[in-house]
Design a protein around this ligand. Structure first.
Ligand SMILES: [Zn+2]
Length: 464
């Protein structure tokens, strides 16, 4: 057992040196990639191929895992990969949880003194329904888990209202999302632990509007599974005002969402085989499933069509590739990234070495940077490629993660990279009815595809 970590460390060192050992990439070669960047930009920006694909994909409807529309999008993706002339196009099975929203989502605050008012809400993913005649209960507003803990048994029989906003002061909005999302993800079980009968959670957005934002709830098996809904930011303010003037106000909540039996779905993949080391893989990743309120144009339809467009550009420009570049559309990221886990456990991975994986799952906005899960030496080496990326407006390689779908590849010490677009507007639409085609700009989307193609070419040909 003792030898294992040592072996791993030596192997890791070897991989790091080898993949990013760039002496072979002299300035002359980097110059070739600058040329490639210009060509990708010329061909990519002169068309709207990624956007045309996104139009087709989003026309299929929302792609909630396990839904008929998700199944249709799997077939659409397979066909597109075949049409592009990719090799080894195939599906790999993924079992997915099937949750349906139902037709009724109603909430109303009722105050003896202040009257009553409907609240804009949506059920959160995985929530059970309320009883047929709904729930009518007092509401306890909390701003943190610590506050909930202090209230303890005082929340028994009540609805807990998690009124915790995303921190507006962060430049990178994903950071604010990461901090606040725990109330959506864990809030229901934390409240249930103390006997609450339902939760309302402030929508995760930086806009003050009437649009609720859904997302997954992770229910802890130790506590009763209680209904969970997100409330719009505007109505959360209203509810807060009413509760501060009339703490005895009650909320009526009615949801008829349901959890059905799991169904079989799939990850979809296709590749351009490497000419010298085909068993060494560079993955371009996105997830095909989406939430059901919009059509997942940004999350993550944008990532999927960028992967397709990146592969098309590489083929169109006949870019020589030593290693294999594989596009993978993962299924079921939204309900726990199960597609990503199935991918690494597939027996098909046995004879493969995953050198790097690059994910686009942060929206189809203007790409500003890449983030990479590596140490300072690794970052330094990647940053040697910046003169190439500058050609397409990317000036930074940041420390950070790759993405939820490729996260499971950590076990292989695969270099994980994420495309980092401008994040200021992403949470306006994320997981909501606003995540539609019109929210995506064709040129911004295309630049993300160009960035993926360029990164794939550099990774597929670097070192070794
Ligand atoms: Zn996503």
């Amino acid at each position: 057992m003792k030898g294992k970590p040592m072996k791993k460390a030596i192997w890791l060192l070897f991989v790091c040196l080898w993949v990013f050992d760039l002496p072979a990439q002299t300035s002359v070669e980097l110059h070739q990639y600058v040329e490639l960047a210009r060509n990708l930009r010329r061909v990519g920006l002169n068309g709207e191929y990624a956007y045309t694909l996104l139009k087709e994909l989003t026309a299929l409807g929302p792609r909630l895992a396990g839904s008929p529309q998700a199944a249709a999008s799997v077939e659409w993706s397979r066909q597109k990969m075949v049409d592009l002339g990719l090799e080894n196009v195939h599906l790999e099975p993924v079992e997915v949880q099937r949750w349906v929203r139902g037709t009724e989502e109603r909430a109303r605050v009722i105050s003896g003194r202040l009257g009553s008012k409907d609240l804009t809400i949506c059920a959160l993913g995985g929530s059970p329904p309320t009883p047929d005649d709904g729930i009518l209960a007092s509401v306890v507003e909390v701003r943190s888990f610590e506050q909930l803990e202090k209230m303890g048994e005082n929340v028994r029989g009540k609805i807990v209202f998690f009124n915790v906003a995303m921190d507006r002061s962060h430049l990178r909005t994903f950071r604010a999302y990461g901090e606040a999302a725990r109330y959506r993800v864990q809030g229901a079980s934390q409240a249930s632990r103390f006997g609450a009968i339902a939760v309302l959670v402030l929508s995760l957005t930086l806009r003050i509007d009437d649009v609720p934002h859904t997302g997954v709830v992770a229910y802890d098996k130790r506590y009763p599974k209680i209904p969970a809904a997100a409330i719009s930011t505007l109505d959360a303010e209203r509810l807060h005002r009413i509760l501060s003037r009339d703490p005895a106000a009650k909320v009526f909540l009615k949801l008829n969402c349901r959890n059905l039996s799991p169904v079989l779905s799939a990850n979809i993949m296709g590749e351009i085989r490497g000419k010298e080391k085909p068993e060494e893989i560079v993955v371009l990743a996105a997830h095909l499933d989406s939430w059901d309120l919009g059509v997942g144009a940004h999350d993550d339809g944008a990532g999927c069509v960028q992967v397709l467009e990146a592969l098309r550009l590489l083929k169109h420009l006949n870019v020589p590739l030593k290693r294999t570049v594989r596009g993978v559309f993962f299924m079921n990221e939204e309900f726990g990234a199960t597609g990503g886990r199935e991918y690494v456990h597939s027996p098909n991975r046995k004879s493969e070495t995953h050198i790097a994986a690059v994910e686009s799952d942060a929206g189809g906005f203007l790409p500003l940077a890449f983030s990479a899960r590596t140490d300072s030496t690794g970052l330094k080496k990647l940053r040697r490629w910046l003169p190439v990326f500058t050609e397409i407006g990317i000036h930074r390689i940041l420390p950070g993660g790759g993405g939820a779908d490729i996260g499971a590849m950590r076990r292989w010490n695969t270099l994980l990279i994420g495309l980092v677009p401008d994040s200021q507007r992403y949470f306006d639409v994320h997981h909501s009815a606003l995540d539609v085609l019109d929210a995506v700009h064709p040129r911004e989307l295309e630049l993300g595809a160009i960035a993926l193609a360029l990164m794939a070419a550099l990774l597929a040909n670097s070192g070794g």
